[in-house]
Design a protein around this ligand. Sequence first.
Ligand code: UFG
Length: 330
Amino acid sequence: MRILVTGGAGYIGSHAMRALTAAGHEAWTYDNLSYGHPKAVKEDRLVIGDLLDKDRLDGTFVQNQIEAVLHFAAFAFVGESVTNPGIYYRNNVAGSLSLFEVMRRHDVRKIVFSSTCATYGIPDQIPITEQTPQRPINPYGHTKLMIEQALRDYSRAYGWGCVALRYFNASGAAADGSIGEDHTPETHLIPLLIAAALGRRGPVKIFGTDYPTPDGTCVRDYIHVDDLASAHLKALETLTPNSFTAINLGIGKGFSVREVIRAVEQVGGRPVPVEFSDRREGDPPALIADSRLAREKLGWEPEKTRLEDIVASAWNWHRQHPDGFRTSRQ
Ligand code: UFG
């Protein structure tokens, strides 16, 4: 298929671009590079543009005869979404609607949308199934839920085939160490712990040790970014007209912050300096996916289910790229 990957220069999008190309698809990245990295994708496959620039989008659809869309482009800093919701509604909601308008103009009716476990807020039950009520607790989660709802309506009214993939904690890096996680600012646990272990920053603050979890720290479902990418390929293959399906993407197993620290220490063979501190506002105690639907509907299986393997791939990337993509070759 001929596929447009919005946000394809970002962390998850760039891994999906690789997977699409490896599977024989023709894929183009559409990215405004506000957070994406040009070096994360092949130069001749990168279109620099904003989702709100309909003319640019139009041209991209025509020129490349796009048949389906993987829609990753979004702002994704939870804390920033609370202090500056305007840019989240503009980019994530208005930007998506602009993309959808252009898709309609070109009669493209297939889309895989990047949603998130943040749409569940603080769930009443663990593991989280797709039927767990969605009650986001921050603007980032609200914007993602709004787009899920829009796609549900578009599938009914316009016959679109839509899958919303609700990611749990994306982590790790490509097996060959060529692309990986590079956020500015970095807020995610695993890259912060690795940077601290490598002496590139001071101790990492551990947000809360009094949660109602086995060791008092938060529990998350860490899923390897290449497993996320492979699920997109499967989702693309299963898209059927007039349907909207939401699917959790996690491995179905949770690890506490303390377990992640131990995994980084084991992989790196050195201690990680940490500092225990208060809870971070808005952090649910535990988020673990019920991942059965992904396995049943998509025929998908995560390949990396050992935390040490996920951390090892991240370690490899960060060790080789002290400044992320700035020290990376194309
Ligand atoms: N953590 C720390 N110290 C840090 C950073 C994180 O203790 O410096 C803890 C957090 O409290 C949390 C765990 O490590 O318990 C994981 O935190 P991340 O920031 O790596 O990931 P989150 O679970 O907060 O966020 C992820 C995605 C978001 C998504 C969210 C849904 O990155 O995009 O899940 O809750 F919105």
